[in-house]
Write a protein that binds this ligand. Structure first.
Ligand SMILES: NC(=O)c1ccc[n+]([C@@H]2O[C@H](COP(=O)([O-])OP(=O)(O)OC[C@H]3O[C@@H](n4cnc5c(N)ncnc54)[C@H](OP(=O)(O)O)[C@@H]3O)[C@@H](O)[C@H]2O)c1
Length: 276
């Protein structure tokens, strides 16, 4: 930031930077052929839909899971269906040494990491006065620390390669305070990763893009619970939860050359929930 008009008019060395050498054809821009993408929380829900989207676009996909071993078969199926390379790895994202080792293993198996989707998350939806210290710590160590570890070690790889793309699954809970159930810890953890992502977009400006996706209610294990669904539908102008197939396009866009001028953005996809 310049502090005076004189300073603001002094051209900076190396600017403007060159436009990337990508296709003019928009459908070509969306192709991920030959790219390597890691997706956390990829056994089911939003993460699996993202892995499918990337495989359909030609990427080699790496499915990270924690407890749901279905990821192993899903990876085998994706490899067969789309003639790409796919593999599942068991990685507990709240353990930094596991995250660091797994990224090294992926680089050894796949040669590089073009896209990292930090999507794993969890919620213990309770008011603060009913939340134990352990419940607080667990949500923060998965939702915030886990994203930090993934970003740190993927970022090291991106810097070494000179290129990379980090996408963080945050939430509308980073924007609004959910009703009718109070869940301040989850909300705070998501607000934190949104701002972490924006901060990294600046920090990594020379070698990687970073964007955030903020979903509203999607029909997954973490979607609207029985206690929340009626109010959730009332609050959502489109009157329903999203289907995971409806989030594939956004994650593909952010991973691909179609979004080459986009970094530091926080894209809300919520059927209109946060409009009021
Ligand atoms: N669905 C929604 O309405 C909604 C709305 C806003 C934001 N989100 C966010 O979207 C992301 C995906 O959630 P989802 O809706 O697809 O629900 P989901 O199917 O329950 O996915 C959550 C994923 O996180 C993984 N995970 C949880 N703790 C982990 C840990 N310690 N280490 C590694 N992985 C861990 C789980 O892996 P395993 O099953 O293998 O243990 C699971 O695959 C989450 O970050 C969530 O906060 C969801």
């Amino acid at each position: 930031m310049s502090m005076s008009i004189e300073e603001s008019q002094t051209p900076r060395q190396g600017f403007p930077k060159p436009v990337p050498d990508t296709s003019n054809n928009v459908l070509e821009q969306f192709k991920l052929s030959g790219r390597v993408a890691i997706i956390t929380g990829a056994a089911d829900g939003i993460g699996l839909a993202v892995a499918e989207a990337y495989a359909e676009a030609g990427a080699n996909v790496v499915l990270w899971y924690n407890s749901n071993k279905a990821a192993v078969t899903r990876a085998e199926e994706l490899a067969k269906q789309h003639n790409i390379k796919a593999k599942a790895y068991q990685v507990e994202v709240s353990q930094p040494e596991k995250v660091q080792a797994a990224i090294k293993e992926v680089v050894s198996d796949f040669g590089k990491v073009d896209v990292f989707v930090a999507n794993a998350g969890m919620a213990i939806s309770k008011p603060i006065l009913e939340t134990t210290i352990e419940e607080y710590k667990r949500q923060m160590e998965v939702n915030l620390d886990g994203v930090f570890y993934c970003a740190k070690y993927a970022g090291e790889q991106f810097k070494a390669q000179g290129t990379g793309n980090l996408i963080i699954t945050s939430s509308i809970s980073a924007h609004i305070v959910n009703v009718p159930i109070d869940q301040p810890v989850y909300n705070a953890s998501k607000a934190a990763v949104t701002h972490l992502g924006k901060s990294l977009a600046r920090e990594w400006r020379e070698f990687a893009r970073v964007n955030i996706v903020s979903p509203g209610f999607f029909d997954t294990k973490m979607g609207a619970s029985e206690k929340v669904i009626t109010e959730g539908l009332r609050m959502t102008p489109l009157g329903r939860q999203g289907h995971v197939k409806e989030i594939k396009g956004l994650f593909l866009y952010l991973a691909s050359d179609a979004s080459s001028y986009q970094t530091g953005s926080d894209v809300v996809i919520d059927g209109g929930y946060i409009l009021p």
